[in-house]
Design a protein around this ligand. Structure first.
Ligand code: A2P
Length: 352
């Protein structure tokens, strides 16, 4: 008999949580029951899973009694508080926050890239940062075939990476700007909620995602560096691939763009070889036809599970070096879909 799972979604009313409900409904996971969890703020909200109407409940440790699988996206501190409680009660958790990503005994997994890491789990699996996921999706086929030496990435990240409140803030600022009103007062969330100052994103660019550290880099930039190494090489401090990042918030609601410069070990590789490798990788779509002005764009990627890659071209001044452009829906492949996909693999691999 097929095993069926009692699933809890923690942070169910958020921008990612709502998409987790939808992705779970479309997944191959045999679901016995779904419990929707948030804080007292939205407890009582009615949300749909397939044709069932479910009432969102306030989260307590006891919420996880009888739960087999937790999908969580309610912020790092909430994960730290509740996921150990869920594990104690026998659940396996796939966590979309950064709370556990760098713990040595927590697998950090993009299923197409490092599915075997799931076998090492101790109750918690971490979903990587949205900007890291789409970058490793595009670069893993290149690493496998030609060896990767260095990655230099600049991101163009959508407002929704900072949650539903940031999307609402961007809309309000845009409206106020077009009506000739002052936008400064609207800025309460971005660049990062907990920091001292807030700036408008509408008609602007913010070169700060998450907090800035004394090193000169933002948290987000370090996440891209360490997570890429942990996913591709199994060690967050590995030196075999050099990675550096600049992360920028742009006034786009959904789907991140990334400009990536990378060097490969095999210097005889051509741009066509790179395109062929990328096109063959599951979950990646090559959109690269410059004669017909075809390249990935956020408005086309929003709502899709795939990672889109284009503008692949050699650096004519350096052998074995290339530029590419990557776009993916940060709320789906960058968050909700990668989380549910990890859970699908856990089920298929009999790891729950
Ligand atoms: P709530 O709105 O009830 O606080 P987003 O990333 O879009 O901001 O969404 C965050 C999600 O995390 C929401 O569903 C939010 O629910 C939930 N959340 C925030 N704080 C808590 C908490 N302390 N306990 C449980 N869920 C929380």
């Amino acid at each position: 008999m097929t095993k069926e799972y009692n699933v809890a979604i923690l942070g169910a009313t958020g921008a990612v949580g709502r998409r987790m409900i939808d992705q779970l409904a479309k997944s191959t996971i045999p679901v016995k029951s779904v419990k929707l969890l948030a804080s007292s703020r939205t407890a009582g909200t009615i949300l749909k899973f397939k044709d069932q109407e479910l009432t969102v409940e306030e989260t307590t440790p006891e919420s996880f009694d009888g739960i087999d699988l937790v999908l969580s996206s309610a912020g790092g501190s909430v994960s730290k508080k509740f996921l150990p409680e869920a594990v104690k009660r026998g659940a396996v958790c796939v966590d979309n926050t950064s709370a556990f990503r760098m713990e040595p005994d927590v697998p950090l997994v993009v299923p197409e890239v490092n599915p075997d890491a799931l076998k090492e789990h101790n109750g918690i699996i971490a979903n990587p940062n949205c900007s890291t996921i789409q970058m490793v999706m595009a670069l893993e086929p290149i690493r496998r075939k030609f060896g990767l030496k260095q990655i230099i990435v600049s991101t163009y990240q959508a407002a929704s990476g900072a949650g539903q409140a940031a999307i609402d803030e961007l809309k309000k600022e845009s409206q106020d700007y077009l009506e000739g009103k002052d936008m400064q007062e609207d800025a309460k969330i971005l660049p990062t909620k907990g920091d001292k100052k807030h700036y408008p994103l509408a008609f602007n660019l913010l070169p700060q995602i998450d907090v800035l550290e004394d090193s000169g880099y933002s948290h987000e930039e370090w996440k891209m560096i360490h997570e890429t190494k942990k996913i591709m090489l199994g060690d967050m401090n590995a030196k075999d691939i050099k990675v550096t990042a600049t992360c920028v918030r742009v006034p786009v609601p959904i789907a991140h763009g990334e400009s990536v410069y990378f060097t490969v070990e095999d210097e005889s590789v051509t741009a066509q070889d790179i395109m062929d490798a990328v096109a063959d990788f599951p979950g990646v779509v090559l959109e690269d036809d410059i004669k017909n002005q075809i390249y990935p764009q956020p408005i086309n990627a929003a709502g899709k599970r795939e990672t889109f890659v284009g503008r692949i071209r050699p650096d004519y001044e350096n052998k074995g070096a290339f530029n590419m452009w990557i776009v993916a829906d940060n709320l789906l492949k960058g968050a909700a879909w990668n989380t549910v996909e990890n859970a699908e693999y856990l089920v298929k691999m009999n790891l729950i």
